[in-house]
Design a protein around this ligand. Structure first.
Ligand SMILES: CC(C)(COP(=O)(O)OP(=O)(O)OC[C@H]1O[C@@H](n2cnc3c(N)ncnc32)[C@H](O)[C@@H]1OP(=O)(O)O)[C@@H](O)C(=O)NCCC(=O)NCCS
Length: 185
């Protein structure tokens, strides 16, 4: 029976795998594309923010995750120092996008200093695990005294937007193909 637990060092490769598998067909099929997507959206959190990252563990296998960076300044510094040089080696154009990616969170950082990513492998979706993982993270962030958490979801991903709204997130703004959603505690 899958269960939710805090992320550990041993989960980093499994978290990167889930990220690759849920980042679209090109990411699934082409290893270098998958690698750059993992480095962009999962590795920083999995290695540097384990206090606010949780995995869905199915018999030792990472079946999904919720990843959160609670401190914007630490995120931008750590991500640019460690992941950006690796992305540069794989794809320079994508690296420029990734370098500026943290700026999407910047205007919201005083109300929502934390941001999150959540993904589950296909066969674990729509079984209630995502909702439980969000609740686990929210409890943790509240216990840390943070004022709020935000996320950015693709405009076309209406299923995920519904999921977040049900969890209590509100739409803040919609721009450049993305929807910014947030929750104040
Ligand atoms: C979005 C996601 C984290 C939700 O977790 P979950 O465990 O599937 O969700 P729950 O079972 O708790 O709740 C079900 C709701 O999740 C959403 N959902 C379910 N499958 C989904 C999918 N493949 N893609 C997007 N949203 C989905 C729907 O809103 C669904 O409600 P509905 O059945 O009324 O349509 C999970 O489905 C997932 O990882 N999807 C693919 C990757 C993704 O879209 N991640 C979010 C990127 S911002």
């Amino acid at each position: 029976m899958p269960f939710i637990r805090p992320a550990e060092d041993k989960d980093i490769a499994g978290i990167e795998y889930v990220c690759r598998m849920t980042a679209g067909p090109e990411s699934r099929e082409i290893e270098a594309v998958g690698r750059k997507m993992s480095l962009t959206y999962s590795t920083y959190y999995a290695r540097a923010e384990q206090d606010t990252c949780f995995v869905l563990d199915d018999d030792g296998r990472v079946a999904g995750y919720i990843l959160c960076a609670p401190d914007y300044k630490r995120y931008i510094k750590g991500f640019r120092k460690n992941e950006i040089p690796q992305i540069w080696k794989l794809d320079k154009k994508h690296c420029i996008f990734s370098y500026f990616l943290p700026l999407s969170y910047l205007p919201f950082r005083s109300k929502y200093p934390a941001h999150l990513h959540i993904d589950l492998l296909d066969e674990y979706q729509s079984k209630g695990y995502g909702s439980k993982m969000v609740q686990t993270l929210l409890d943790k962030l509240k216990s840390m005294g943070l004022p709020g958490v935000m996320l950015i979801v693709d405009k076309s991903n209406t299923g995920a937007q519904r999921f977040y709204e049900r969890a209590g997130f509100k739409k803040i703004i919609s721009a450049f193909g993305g929807v910014v959603m947030g929750m104040e505690f």
